[in-house]
Design a protein around this ligand. Structure first.
Ligand SMILES: *Cc1c(COP(=O)(O)O)cnc(C)c1O
Length: 378
């Protein structure tokens, strides 16, 4: 077999391994923030019809501008945010991952810089590598909140071409207030991308950055159907911004990037928005239940506006992660010493997680009664 080293690979890719959370077959898969609720039967039936209909046209390329889908997405944003969002302000691609990559292709690249406030979504530096963009880690406080004055000062100093603000943040869970986002916008001459992948799960009173769009042409709000809509397998992400931003990403998108089947399936799912989002309140209730149960186990969490909880402190995150996996519960080790992230889903998943954690916590929590850094079993 040929080794990678023998290929004329770009030097900056040498020695790297492909990024990705483990896809393991375990009883309780709580590591990638999917929505575990089954899709409604009515949607499944309509998908069958819509995909069969769209299949008749598979000999033709899809609408490369996905106008009908973008119209439906604009309607969804307008209806749920109260902000008027037009079709010319919306762009869609294969997951928000592709949207965010297209933004870097258009606004960053060789000789340019992107900045995000870490710990944050681990894909941002990966898009930077792929687009030859320099990546700068912005700072947070020890409790993972953003210090707006420090963040503004850092943006003024680094002068990035793209700033990522993840709200609610992944892996920590907390939403960012609009004053902070507005201050960061004023501090940068580059693009400010607010990644709202989890916004539908935010606690009451959280306002989307969509309300900041008027008069801010360098602001982009990124959304996805992977989390609240429960359609991670569909691969559909989108952005809302000034129409000029949509023109910009059209300069770098591949022709016909969004298949006819994807466009048809996404439109069908959007027609079932209310049913799909009906599970959001149930997931939030499980999130709040996890948060409420942690102190009794001697653990704590970071305030969450998302469908996951970052919990700690454990003495050895890798050992605690393995001990939970040994009990059939797969959580995420985000590489933050002392912390692990668990997805909130069904009541049964919460039961399983809390039961496993109840066995694991005495051994693994900081200052626990057991041998803090040792494995729970061989
Ligand atoms: C899950 C997630 C996304 C969504 O990615 P898709 O490509 O739309 O599935 C985007 N940003 C963050 C911060 C996420 O956690």
């Amino acid at each position: 077999m040929t080794s990678l080293e023998e290929l004329p690979l770009r030097p900056e890719l040498r020695g790297r391994s492909a990024y990705g959370a483990p896809q393991l077959t375990v009883a309780h898969q709580l590591n990638t923030n999917e929505n575990p609720h089954p899709l409604p039967d009515g949607l499944l039936a309509d998908l069958g019809t819509a995909l069969a209909e769209a299949s008749r046209g598979l000999n033709r390329y899809p609408d490369r501008n996905a106008v009908a889908l973008r119209t439906d997405l604009a309607t969804y944003l307008t209806r749920t945010s109260g902000e008027q969002v037009g079709v010319d302000q919306v762009w869609a691609a294969n997951g928000s991952n592709e949207v965010l990559q297209q933004l870097l292709q258009a606004f960053a690249g060789a000789g340019r810089t992107a900045l995000g406030f870490t710990p944050s979504y681990s894909m941002y530096p990966v898009y930077c590598t792929g687009t030859s963009t320099a990546w700068v880690e912005g700072h947070r406080r020890a409790d993972f909140t953003l210090d707006v004055a420090a963040a503004v000062a850092q943006v003024r100093e680094v002068r990035p071409d793209v700033v990522f603000v993840t709200s609610p943040n992944n892996p920590t869970g907390t939403a960012v207030d609009l004053d902070t986002i507005a201050a960061l916008y004023d501090a940068t001459e580059g693009m400010l991308v607010v990644d709202e992948a989890y916004t539908e799960f935010a606690r009451a009173g959280t306002v989307s950055a969509l309300s900041l769009l008027p008069g801010r042409p360098r602001l982009v709000v990124s959304r996805t159907m992977s989390k609240a809509f429960g359609m991670a397998g569909l691969r559909l992400g989108y952005l809302a911004a000034d129409p000029a931003v949509v023109e910009a990403v059209q300069l770098v998108r591949l022709p016909y990037h969004l298949s006819s089947l994807t466009q048809a399936a996404a439109r069908t799912a959007l027609a079932h928005t209310d049913e799909l989002l009906a599970t959001v309140e149930a997931v939030k209730a499980q999130r709040d239940r996890i948060v409420a149960e942690l102190p009794a186990l001697g653990l704590t969490s970071v305030p969450s506006d998302a469908n996951f909880v970052l919990f700690g402190h454990v003495a050895d995150s890798a050992a605690a992660w393995q001990a939970l996996l040994d009990r059939g519960v797969l959580v995420r080790d985000p590489g933050l010493p002392g912390w692990l992230r668990v997805t909130a889903g069904t009541p049964e998943e919460t039961d399983a997680f809390l039961a496993a954690l109840g066995e694991v916590a005495p051994t693994h929590r900081l200052g626990g009664s057991g041998r803090a850094s040792s494995r729970a079993e061989p």
